[in-house]
Ligand binder design. Structure first.
Ligand code: XBP
Ligand code: MG
Length: 268
């Protein structure tokens, strides 16, 4: 069984709570800038997160609106414009310091750097959003700290499709069993399982209680290992939460990765 050779990060919900206070707020500002009387509340946005991709999410919402253009080409153009405006607003929100990293993220990244373990990013959000968030927290040269950064522009078929993980593995030149992903959403876990990538789940505000079957471990946040429960591949069979204090560090992730027993459920 391969030892851990790279850690792969999801972005939205995993690195930071970007959705409720970032993308949602930015979408609402974009609606306003076009003079639209549209507003996504927290709960409505949570429902729309079933759709991955901001533009795709907009199109889903437009299906329910009488005042959205009825012509498909016009509707598509409007979604593209709103999405571009939203991403600009999002970058401004992030640059203003409104979106902190989730607790435990920076420390785990520092563990990887210290241990010389390569890291990658596998997300189906736009590259500009990743750049805005990572640049705000790690400075303009942040990308040099990552062996691969794959975004929506690289993988246009979005999670839960495994494409972004398959491309990331290709870029890293590693087999799936040699990596570990950190995810927060059902779509993210679905993408990992379909790509046979082992995954741990750090629960985010919008995905607080999905079953996460097939994950190696599930917890409320990387900062507190007492909230984590190592998973097993079969439904209904779970271990007790970890008793000891401390964060989820690289040693713990390596231990979970090493003791997995074919725990990646194949969905394809
Ligand atoms: C999150 C997404 C994205 C973001 C918005 O994907 O589904 O669509 O909500 O970004 P992940 P865009 O968790 O894999 O990062 O507007 O650029 O799509
Ligand atoms: Mg996510």
């Amino acid at each position: 069984m391969a030892a851990l050779q790279a850690l792969i990060w999801d972005v939205d919900g995993t690195l930071a709570e970007t959705e409720r206070d970032g993308h949602r707020v930015a979408f609402n500002a974009a609606f306003k800038s076009l003079g639209l009387d549209w507003h996504w509340g927290e709960s409505r946005y949570g429902d729309l997160l079933e759709v991955t991709g901001g533009r795709e999410r907009l199109l889903r919402d437009m299906d329910t609106r009488a005042d959205a253009p009825s012509d498909p080409a016009e509707r598509d153009a409007m979604a593209r414009l709103l999405h571009a405006l939203k991403n600009k607003q999002y970058a401004a929100i992030v640059a203003a310091g409104h979106i902190p990293l989730r607790a435990g993220v920076a420390a785990l990244m520092a563990d990887c750097r210290l241990a010389g373990l390569p890291m990658a990013i596998a997300t189906t959000t736009s590259r500009s959003n990743v750049d805005a968030l990572m640049g705000a927290h790690f400075g303009p040269g942040w990308e040099s700290g990552f062996a691969a950064v794959l975004c929506a522009e690289d993988a246009p078929v979005k999670k839960p499709d495994p494409l972004v993980y398959r491309l990331t593995l290709e870029r890293l030149d590693l087999p799936p069993e040699a990596v570990l992903a950190v995810e927060d959403s059902p779509a993210g876990v679905g993408a990992c399982l379909a790509a046979r990538v082992p995954v741990v789940v750090t629960r985010s505000v919008y995905f607080g209680d999905f079953p996460a079957e097939g994950a190696l471990a599930v917890g409320a946040g990387l900062h507190d290992r007492r909230t984590w429960v190592p998973g097993v591949p079969r439904p209904g069979k779970r271990e007790a939460p970890l008793p000891e204090d401390g964060r989820v560090d690289l040693d713990l992730l390596c231990a979970w990765h090493a003791r997995r027993t074919g725990s990646v459920v194949l969905s394809t």
